[in-house]
Design a protein. Structure first.
Length: 96
């Protein structure tokens, strides 16, 4: 699924909006999420899951091609933890 697909779904499901307005809504949601994550805030979407940032410390690693030791720099990583509702929905058994 792409951002364009999301815009199309918003356009179809919410009557009375133009495609441009639907695109603006989707863009605003993503921009808000990115800004909050950059500030280190958690994003909790009820029934869907949580987006959080974790800080990873620098560590030693190894180049798999040469076997040389390298230093892996500190960084922030985005994690997503699905809610129980989403997990249950994904794992529903479909009737055959």
């Amino acid at each position: 699924m792409t951002k364009a697909d999301l815009v199309e779904i918003v356009y179809e499901k919410i009557g009375g909006l133009s495609k441009k307005e639907s695109q603006d809504i989707v863009e605003a949601i993503f921009e808000t999420m990115k800004a909050n994550l950059k500030e280190g805030e958690k994003i909790k979407i009820s029934g869907f899951g949580n987006f959080t940032l974790r800080d990873k410390r620098p560590r030693k690693g190894r180049n798999p091609q040469t076997g040389d030791d390298i230093q892996i720099t500190a960084r922030r990583v985005l994690t997503f933890r699905p809610s129980q509702i989403l997990k249950s929905y994904i794992n529903e058994v479909k009737p055959s």
